[in-house]
Design a protein. Structure first.
Ligand code: NAD
Ligand code: WQD
Length: 336
C-alpha cells in the first residue's frame, strides 16, 4: 500500500516525502509543477536511496485521478496541492477557489469512487481569523477570513467536516500549519519560491546570498516587544514529521484538527538578528510601511498534537535558520 502525496514536488510536500520514505512508506506523488520542481524529487531519491513514483498532472483532473487510484494501491492521501500566495489570491480569486476548493472536491470524489477514505489536508493558521486571541487553540471556531486564500482553506475544512458527518467511512486530519521555514539538513532540498518571495524567510535568505539588496521589514510600530510582527516559525522537517504522525489519527473516523507549530512567537527583527548571528551573513534591512492584512502576533497552542499524536516540534530557531542558509548557499538559484 502507498500514500498518494498531491503537491509532493513543492516545499512542504518534498520534505514530507523524505520522511515518509524513511518511515518505510511507498509514495506516489501527483503534481502539475506549477510551483514545484521535478528536480526536488530526484534529490529526495538521492537523500533516501528510495524511488518515488511521480505523475505529472492536475488534481482537478478526475480521469487522471481515477487512473492513479486504479493503478496504485493507495491507503491514504496527503493533500498539499494548492496555490498559496495571499496577495495573488486577492487578484485572482477564481484561480484560488478553482485549484484549492474545486481541486479538493474532485480529489475526494475520486477517493470515494476508489474506496479510499483517509485524507490529510494542508490547512493554515489563517483560518483562525484576525480576531482570535493567542495562542490559537483547535477548540476555537474558525474566524472570518480576510483573503481568498484563507477563505479557500476555511471552505475546504468545512466541506471535509461535512463529508465526515455524512459518511462515517471518512477520516480526515486538518493540519493547521503556522509558519514553516528551514530545509532538509543535507541542503539538497528547500524552499524555492518563483519570483520575488512573499514570505519572510526566503526573502532573508535571498538577501544574504546576494540575490536582493535589502529586506523591507513591514512595520515596526506593532504592539509587540520590538514593534515588529511575531509569528510561530517551525522547521519544515518537524512539519513533515507531523504529517507522518497524523496518519495514525486516521485510524479513527471523523475529523481530527491539529495545530502544527512550536508554541513560541518570534519577531521579524529577532529573525534577522538570529540569522545574522548563526550564519555570519549580513542582512541589510530598512523599515517599510505595514503590509496590508498582517496581524501583529500569533502563535500556536500545539499541545493537542503532542497529547494525541505524540508529535512536538523538536528543532529550534537556530537550526531552522542554519538549515535555511545551507540550502540557500548551496543552491543560490534554487533548483534552476
Ligand atoms: P508549494 O507551492 O511549494 O507546493 C504546492 C505544490 O502543489 C506545488 O508543487 C505545485 O506545483 C502543486 N500544485 C499546485 N496546484 C496544483 C494542481 N492543480 N494539481 C497538482 N499539483 C498542484 O507550497 P507549500 O508551501 O509546500 O504548501 C503546501 C500546502 O500547504 C499548500 O496547500 C499550502 O496552501 C499549505 N500551507 C502552506 C503554508 C506555508 O507557509 N508554506 C502554510 C499553511 C498552509
Ligand atoms: C511573516 C512576517 C511580515 C516578508 C503567510 C500567509 C499564511 C501562511 C504563511 C500559507 C510578517 C514580515 C515578510 C518581508 C517582512 N501561508 N515580512 N518582510 O504573513 O505570517 O503568513 O505565509 O500558506 O497564510 O498569510 O508569513 O512569511 O509572509 O510574514 O517584514 O519581505 O514577516 O510582515 O510580519 P505570514 P510571512
Amino acid at each position: 500500500m502507498a500514500i498518494l502525496v498531491t503537491g509532493g514536488a513543492g516545499y512542504i510536500g518534498s520534505h514530507t516525502v523524505v520522511e515518509l520514505l524513511q518511515e518505510g512508506y511507498d509514495v506516489v506523488v501527483l503534481d502539475n509543477l506549477v510551483n514545484g520542481a521535478r528536480e526536488a524529487l530526484y534529490r529526495v531519491e538521492a537523500i533516501t536511496g528510495k524511488a518515488v513514483r511521480f505523475i505529472e498532472g492536475d488534481v482537478r483532473d478526475r480521469a487522471l485521478l481515477d487512473g492513479v487510484f486504479a493503478e496504485h494501491a493507495i491507503e491514504a492521501v496527503i493533500h498539499f496541492a494548492g496555490l498559496k500566495a495571499v496577495g495573488e489570491s486577492v487578484e485572482q480569486p477564481l484561480a484560488y477557489y478553482d485549484t484549492n476548493v474545486h481541486g479538493s472536491i474532485v480529489l475526494c470524489q475520486a477517493m470515494a469512487a476508489a474506496g479510499v477514505y483517509r485524507l490529510v489536508f494542508s490547512s493554515s493558521a489563517t483560518v483562525y481569523g484576525p480576531d482570535a486571541p493567542v495562542p490559537y487553540v483547535e477548540t476555537m471556531p474558525r474566524g472570518r477570513t480576510s483573503n481568498p486564500y484563507g477563505s479557500s482553506k476555511a471552505m475546504v475544512e468545512q466541506a471535509l467536516t461535512d463529508l465526515c458527518r455524512a459518511d462515517a467511512r471518512w477520516s480526515v486530519a486538518l493540519l493547521r500549519y503556522f509558519n514553516p521555514i528551514g530545509a532538509h539538513p543535507s541542503g539538497q532540498i528547500g524552499e524555492d519560491p518563483r519570483g520575488i518571495p512573499n514570505n519572510l524567510m526566503p526573502f532573508i535568505a535571498q538577501v544574504a546570498v546576494g540575490r536582493r539588496p535589502e529586506l523591507s521589514i513591514f512595520g515596526d510600530d506593532y504592539p509587540t516587544e520590538d514593534g515588529t510582527c511575531v509569528r510561530d516559525y517551525l522547521h519544515v522537517m518537524d512539519l513533515a514529521d507531523g504529517h507522518v504522525a497524523s496518519l495514525s489519527s486516521l485510524e479513527a473516523p471523523g475529523v481530527h484538527v491539529y495545530n502544527l507549530g512550536t508554541g513560541q512567537g518570534v519577531s521579524v527583527l529577532e529573525m534577522v538578528t538570529t540569522f545574522e548571528r548563526v550564519t555570519g551573513q549580513r542582512v541589510p534591512y530598512r523599515i517599510a510601511p505595514r503590509r496590508d492584512g498582517d496581524l501583529a502576533a500569533f502563535w500556536a497552542d500545539a499541545s493537542k498534537a503532542e497529547r494525541e499524536l505524540g508529535w512536538r516540534a523538536e528543532r529550534g530557531l537556530e537550526t531552522m535558520l542554519r538549515d535555511t542558509w545551507r540550502w540557500q548557499e548551496q543552491n543560490p538559484q534554487g533548483y534552476a
